[in-house]
Design a protein around this ligand. Structure first.
Ligand SMILES: Cc1cc2nc3c(=O)[nH]c(=O)nc-3n(C[C@H](O)[C@H](O)[C@H](O)COP(=O)(O)OP(=O)(O)OC[C@H]3O[C@@H](n4cnc5c(N)ncnc54)[C@H](O)[C@@H]3O)c2cc1C
Length: 458
């Protein structure tokens, strides 16, 4: 029996797509018009079915690429004509919400925004939040250990996961769907799959940890002249807000002025300052939290920590402020080709390093714009670089300018987006030879035939 016949024996025709019909599918949300380059695409509908499918692939040495919401920024959902794509989009049920244990049990294909909304209906919070929330699926989010806009208060995805169900390369189902917070009974196996970018197993279900929903949300934009003020303001707000600081997003002048330029959102504070910071506090005492936040902003103005500021006065202002920060597609759409970075580096060094990197990148022929912004409180900065062409020499020259300096200062080439295919050759800039050898050993023992997301990370 050929592999196609074997797949057709277990999957209904409308969920096994190949040939010309692949032109209606795509590998990334920003490449919808390009069609999917693959041997075929299977949209699985259950864990059992996925297990049967992987058994077939394993037997036929068939490499597979896993698709979640296809919002990654590291090329990890691209495939070749030899690879079978497996999509989790049909496994999109929220199976349970337990308001006493404060957990939600979901299938891998549920989209982040749906999880946020479901939790909110029960006055609970699933704290992960980032610009791609309308498309990114929880399976992809867990596989990339996504970060986002509230890591300073709640941590990365890893901190929000209590249990997982995973299917290994040979079809074995690993069920670790516990709701408990504490479990020291041997290795914490679920951690192996979180951030593994689908190279060690396919996530099919998860138990998510929820928290009580905050009842106050306050945000302000401030404008700043010098980077040292950013650092001092962060320390001041964090130390006085008593655990309520949930967002501290830094946007450089060029990025802010583009995000609030003509045809986009209007600027809450005028253009012309080197830095803009969007601050968020989440608490449980609406009246006093607002007054306290306002007092702190006034005190920090008196201390000379910023130059101008605007507090969101109502829900519409909150939406407006955060739309500016979240809608990075505005930056992406400023030219034909975009290149993305999400580096980690020590907070005190960010100002000077970004200034140097910015100048070096803008000097390169073929670069149109360089847009820095990021989660400064996590030491995580993004660059979106807009170029005239996709010339490989230019891509590599930009990579060198961003990644080379990170080695000396103990930074990371990926704070949250992962390695995928785009950053594979730079992994050794931030992980030792011994660490990479251990990663390879793990991959070899869990997927000896190398069929799962082959060539990603290592
Ligand atoms: C506008 C925008 C803003 C973004 N902001 C942030 C941000 O602030 N923070 C951040 O961390 N990321 C951000 N991202 C990147 C991206 O959204 C995240 O990496 C997200 O977690 C990817 O989820 P996904 O479902 O789209 O995964 P995909 O892109 O489909 O896949 C990502 C990786 O996970 C694998 N995978 C997918 N599903 C599964 C599964 N069920 N089991 C095993 N492997 C799987 C894929 O093979 C691939 O290797 C942003 C992206 C965009 C477009």
């Amino acid at each position: 029996m050929t592999i196609f016949q074997a797949i057709e024996s277990i999957i209904e025709p409308q969920r096994f797509i190949y040939g010309d019909l692949l032109s209606n599918e795509y590998s990334h949300i920003w490449k919808m018009e390009e069609g999917l380059n693959a041997l075929g695409l299977v949209k699985v509908k259950s864990t059992k079915e996925l297990s049967e499918l992987l058994k077939i692939c394993y037997k036929h040495n068939q490499p597979v690429v896993i698709h979640g919401g296809k919002t990654n920024l590291v090329g990890s959902t691209e495939s070749t004509k030899q690879e079978l794509v497996i999509s989790l989009e049909k496994m999109n049920a929220i199976e349970e919400i337990d308001i006493v244990s404060r957990t939600m049990t979901v299938q891998a294909g549920v989209v982040l925004e749906e999880i946020q909304n479901k939790a909110r209906e029960q006055s609970l919070l699933f704290p992960l939040n980032f610009g791609a929330k309308g498309s990114a699926q929880i399976g992809g989010i867990i596989s990339t250990n996504a970060g986002g806009l509230r890591v300073i208060k709640y941590g990365m995805t890893r901190q929000q996961i209590l249990g997982l169900e995973v299917v290994l390369a040979d079809g074995t189902i690993i069920n670790s769907m516990k709701k408990i917070i504490k479990d020291n009974s041997g290795y914490d196996l679920k951690q192996l799959f979180i951030g593994a970018e689908g190279t060690l197993g396919v996530i099919t279900k998860a138990v998510l940890k929820l928290t009580e929903a905050p009842t106050s949300r306050i945000s302000a934009f401030v404008a700043i002249k010098q980077y040292q003020q950013v650092v001092d303001l962060l320390k001041f707000m964090d130390s006085h807000l008593g655990g309520k600081l949930s967002g501290f997003e830094l946007i450089w002048q060029k990025s802010y002025e583009t995000m609030t330029g003509p045809n986009y959102q209007k600027p809450p504070i005028p253009h012309g300052y080197p830095y803009y910071v969007l601050i968020e506090s989440l608490g449980a005492d609406p009246l006093n939290d607002a007054t306290h936040f306002q007092d702190l902003l006034e005190q920090s103005l008196d201390l000379g920590l910023y130059e101008d500021g605007a507090i969101a006065q109502n829900e519409a202002d909150l939406q407006w402020f955060w739309k500016i920060r979240e809608d990075v597609h505005v930056l992406v759409s400023q030219g034909p080709i975009d290149q993305h970075f999400d580096i980690s580096l020590p907070i005190p060094l960010i100002g000077q390093m970004v200034t140097k990197m910015y100048a070096a990148i803008m000097n390169l022929k073929g670069v149109i714009h360089c847009f820095p912004f990021g989660h400064v409180a996590d030491g995580n900065i993004h660059f979106i670089i807009i170029k005239q062409n996709s010339d490989e020499a230019l891509t590599l020259a930009i990579n060198d300018m961003v990644y080379m300096p990170l080695q000396e200062i103990g930074g990371s080439v990926s704070a949250e987006h992962g390695i995928g295919t785009h950053k594979k050759q730079y992994l050794s800039f931030c992980r030792s030879a011994e660490e990479i050898a251990l990663m390879k050993l793990l991959k070899k023992s869990m997927d000896p035939k190398g069929i799962l997301n082959f060539g990603k990370i290592i």
